[in-house]
Write a protein that binds this ligand. Structure first.
Ligand SMILES: [Zn+2]
Ligand SMILES: [Zn+2]
Ligand SMILES: [Zn+2]
Ligand SMILES: [Zn+2]
Length: 495
C-alpha cells in the first residue's frame, strides 16, 4: 500500500501541482493523511475561508450509472430517439455516425473479445452499465496505480456488471479481474456527474480520484459542482481551520438520519456516527420526524431516542409516547410504498398529495415532504401549464414559502453555500421577480431581496453545468450592480 506521502505526490501530480514544494504550498492548502474516521482523508494544512476552490478533479473513468434503465447514446448520453442503433462490432448503443466516430476506443476493446451470441441478442443496458469498467482497461500505468490506491469494497455484489457481460463475451481472466476491480473502485468512490440544467440526459458516474479520497460527513464542509468539461470543482462550504478534515456528503443532504444511515450502510458499508447522525433533531431540522401516534397529540414529533442504534425506540417530543423501532420501520416502509405510487410527472397529483394527504402521516418538516417540495419548486415556473405567466397567485406564494422553508433547513445544517442552496436562491429570486413583474408597484419593497438572492445564486452557481441557463442574464439585469431603469431590468422576463 502506498504511504500518505506517496499518495499526496500522485495526487499533486494528477492535479498538475507538482515540481517544487513551494509551488504546492502556494496552490494547495491540504494534504492526504490518516483520517479521524478511519483510512485516509484530506486534511487542511492551513485555515481555508468559505467558498474557496480546494481542487479541480477530472475523472479517471466515467460511464453510464448502473441504476439507469433507460437507453441512451453511450457517447453523448442523449436519451433514446428514433435514430438509435447498436454498433455491429461492439453492441454499444449510439445515436449518430458522429458519435460512432467518437467511440473507437471503447469499440476496439470490446470487438477484440470473442462473442458467445449474436450482436442482436446482446442487451445494450448491460453494455451501458459495464462501460465505465471497460474504459478502465485503457488507463496507463500511472492512472492504474492511482486507481488501485483508492479504497474498494470487495463484497460479491460489486462487479455484477461484469458477470452479466460474460454472458455475451469470452473475456480473458486477467481482464475480467481488472474490470471487477474497477467496478469495486467505482462503487466505493464514484460520483454522479451533473447534467446540464433542464436537459434530459442519461445520468453518468465518474471516478474522480482526488475527490474519492474525501471521507463522508452528513454535515460536510466541502461542496462540489461540475463544469462543461466534466471537471469537478470542489470548494469549501464553510470556514475550515488548519488540521481539520475536509468532508463531502455521499448521501442525499436532506434525507433524514435513518434513510441516510441505511443508504450509506447498503452502498458504502459503514454506519455513519457523525454529529448530525447522533443528534435526534439533526440540528433542529427534524428531518426524520414522524407524526405522533397518540390520537390526542396533534403537535408532537416522534424522534429516535438513540439515533445511532437501529433498534432504538422513538419518543414523542410533546406527550412522551414511546414507539418501538419495529413499528417505526413498518411506518417507514408504508410511506415508501405510498410515495412509489406517485406519478412525479403529474404536478397536480403531486401538489394535492403534498398539500392534503402526506402531512396526515408525517410532519411538514419530514424529509419525504421536503423532497416533494423541492420537486414542486423546480417545476413551478418551468413546465407546460405551470410556466411563470401561467402560475396562479397562490402557486406563486406557495413556491415562495417552500423556497424559504428549505433554505432555513439548509441554513440550520450550515449548508448555505451548497449547490442546492444556490438553486433555491435562484428560484426564490425568480419567484420574487415574477411577483414584481406582475405588480410593478411592489418592486420597491421587493428590490433588495430580488437583488441579494440572485447575487447569492450567481456566486454559488456560476460556471456550474447544472446552473439555470438565464442565471447570468438575471444577475446582470436584476442583480445589485445593474443601473438600468426598472422597466428595462424586467424586460428580460417578458420573453
Ligand atoms: Zn450520441
Ligand atoms: Zn462499436
Ligand atoms: Zn452522519
Ligand atoms: Zn405525542
Amino acid at each position: 500500500m502506498l504511504s500518505s506521502n506517496q499518495l499526496t505526490q500522485i495526487v499533486h501530480k494528477y492535479l498538475g501541482l507538482y515540481n517544487s514544494t513551494d509551488c504546492i504550498q502556494q496552490f494547495c492548502k491540504w494534504t492526504v493523511r490518516e483520517s479521524t474516521v478511519g483510512g485516509r482523508g484530506i486534511i487542511a494544512t492551513e485555515d481555508i475561508p468559505c467558498g474557496e476552490v480546494l481542487f479541480v478533479d477530472r475523472p479517471l473513468i466515467f460511464g453510464p450509472r448502473c441504476g439507469n434503465v433507460i437507453r441512451g447514446c453511450t457517447v453523448c448520453s442523449k436519451f433514446e430517439d428514433d435514430g438509435f442503433f447498436k454498433c455491429s462490432l461492439c453492441a454499444l448503443l449510439l445515436c449518430s455516425t458522429e458519435c460512432q466516430d467518437f467511440h473507437t476506443d471503447d469499440c476496439n476493446i470490446i470487438a477484440g473479445w470473442k462473442k458467445k451470441v449474436d450482436i442482436e441478442e446482446i442487451d445494450e443496458i448491460v453494455m451501458s452499465h459495464a462501460l465505465a469498467a471497460i474504459r478502465a482497461l485503457s488507463l496507463n500505468q500511472e492512472q492504474k496505480q492511482f486507481m488501485s490506491a483508492l479504497a474498494a469494497h470487495t463484497l460479491p455484489q460489486h462487479g455484477g456488471e461484469i458477470i452479466k457481460l460474460k454472458q455475451y463475451f469470452e473475456i480473458p481472466e486477467e481482464i475480467e479481474k481488472d474490470m471487477i476491480f474497477a467496478c469495486q473502485a467505482l462503487d466505493t468512490n464514484a460520483f454522479q456527474i451533473a447534467t446540464p440544467y433542464g436537459k434530459k440526459e442519461m445520468s453518468l458516474r465518474g471516478l474522480y480520484p482526488v475527490a474519492g479520497l474525501m471521507n463522508h460527513s452528513c454535515l460536510p464542509n466541502a461542496t462540489y459542482s461540475y463544469n462543461d468539461e466534466r471537471q469537478m470543482i470542489v470548494k469549501t462550504s464553510r470556514f475550515i481551520a488548519a488540521g481539520t478534515e475536509i468532508f463531502t456528503c455521499y448521501s442525499g443532504i436532506l434525507w433524514g438520519t435513518t434513510t441516510r444511515r441505511s443508504y450509506l450502510f447498503k452502498t458504502k458499508h459503514f454506519w455513519c456516527k457523525c454529529e448530525r447522525c447522533a443528534d435526534p433533531t439533526e440540528n433542529g431540522t427534524m428531518l426524520a420526524a414522524l407524526c405522533c401516534l397518540a390520537n390526542e397529540c396533534t403537535t408532537g414529533y416522534l424522534l429516535p431516542i438513540e439515533p445511532l442504534k437501529s433498534s432504538s425506540s422513538w419518543q414523542c417530543t410533546a406527550c412522551g409516547l414511546r414507539v418501538p423501532s419495529k413499528i417505526i420501520y413498518k411506518i417507514q416502509v408504508a410511506l415508501g410504498t405510498l410515495i412509489s405510487t406517485l406519478d412525479f410527472q403529474n404536478l397536480e397529483q403531486m401538489e394535492n398529495f403534498l398539500m392534503k394527504r402526506v402531512t396526515k402521516f408525517v410532519p411538514k418538516v419530514n424529509h419525504i415532504v421536503v423532497d416533494l417540495q423541492c420537486r414542486l419548486i423546480w417545476e413551478f415556473g418551468d413546465v407546460q401549464g405551470y410556466r411563470w405567466h401561467e402560475l396562479t397567485e397562490s402557486r406563486l406564494s406557495l413556491k415562495l414559502v417552500l423556497c424559504r422553508d428549505i433554505l432555513a433547513t439548509l441554513a440550520a445544517l450550515g449548508l448555505e453555500d451548497s449547490h442546492l442552496c444556490g438553486l433555491l436562491f435562484y428560484h426564490l429570486h425568480a419567484t420574487l421577480a415574477e411577483r414584481a413583474r406582475r405588480h410593478p408597484d411592489l418592486y420597491d419593497g421587493l428590490k433588495s431581496e430580488i437583488e441579494s438572492t440572485i447575487e447569492r445564486a450567481y456566486r454559488i452557481l456560476r460556471g456550474d453545468i447544472s446552473a439555470p441557463v438565464d442565471l447570468e442574464l438575471r444577475y446582470r439585469y436584476l442583480g445589485p450592480d445593474c443601473e438600468k431603469p426598472q422597466q428595462e431590468r424586467f424586460s428580460i422576463l417578458s420573453i
